[in-house]
Design a protein. Structure first.
Length: 263
């Protein structure tokens, strides 16, 4: 984490309150609450089966909560699809990235949002306009990426991840959710992607990052939220805790801060 970063005192940009989700007899989430602030990286950690994937699917519109509320910029929202979440300003980057390898960088940035011209029935692609707008978007984000006409298949893993994150940020998003953003990357590429993430935080984005890499959580996050068995057992500012305490909360060894966790 950037030691000089000062945590925002602004209201949360994204809030979930008492979110619950069951799949038959299986309780995936039970009264889970979380805040994501603008200009912060919030780390979401927990063991396999803790409920992390279910929570981000609800926040990104893939699934609906059985109970609970979600607010964005102070207004209540209800998503019925990922398109709803994207339109509201929540973009999610999953591990598979959802990039088209045979297409250019600019085409991937506009994938599903293509610019067209001419008669409505023809929908002619305005390639020149999209390439120029994509270039301007990436320049505004201060991202060091290959030429805009490069195909994604020609990029390294770290460059592909950077493009996926850039696409999420380029559309005026308020919140970016990152699911294991460097899981398959080497040390050098991980460092490059982490610089992209920190840069977006410093531009005011609210970032929610899911990672099993606790050293990465230690380096990047400003606030840590710990899920265990579908319960949010604790959250704290990174400066007020350490990795040993976080691990003990993940595993259940520590009961000091647990809130309503079943034995």
């Amino acid at each position: 984490m950037s030691e000089s970063h000062v945590l925002t005192e602004s209201p949360p940009v994204l809030q979930a309150r008492d979110v619950s989700k069951e799949f038959g007899a299986v309780v995936a989430l039970s009264d889970v609450s979380i805040d994501v602030y603008p200009g912060e990286i919030a780390g979401l950690v927990g063991d396999n089966g803790a409920g992390k994937s279910t929570l981000i699917k609800i926040l990104s519109g893939v699934q609906s909560a059985d109970r609970g509320t979600i607010t964005l910029d102070g207004s209540s929202v209800h998503f019925t699809s990922p398109a709803d979440a994207r339109s509201a300003g929540i973009e999610t980057v999953y591990q598979d990235l959802a990039l088209a390898g045979n297409m250019t960088i600019w085409a991937n940035i506009f994938l599903g949002r293509e610019r067209t011209y001419g008669p409505p029935q023809l929908h002619l692609l305005d390639k020149r306009r999209m390439a120029q707008e994509a270039r301007e978007m990436l320049e505004r984000l201060d991202l060091n990426v290959p030429p805009i006409n490069s195909t994604v298949a020609s990029l390294s893993g770290g460059q592909r991840q950077a493009i996926a994150i850039a696409r999420a940020a380029a559309w005026g998003s308020k919140v970016i959710i990152l699911d294991e953003p460097t899981a398959a990357l080497g040390v050098g590429e991980t460092h490059a992607v982490e610089e992209v993430i920190v840069g977006l935080r410093d531009k005011g984005f609210g970032i929610l990052m899911i990672s099993h890499n606790l050293q990465q959580i230690d380096r990047l996050t400003d606030r840590i939220w710990v899920l265990r068995r579908g319960h949010m057992v604790d959250h704290c500012r990174k400066a007020d805790t350490n990795l040993e305490e976080v691990v003990s909360l993940i595993t259940g060894a520590s009961r000091q801060f647990a809130k309503g966790l079943p034995a």
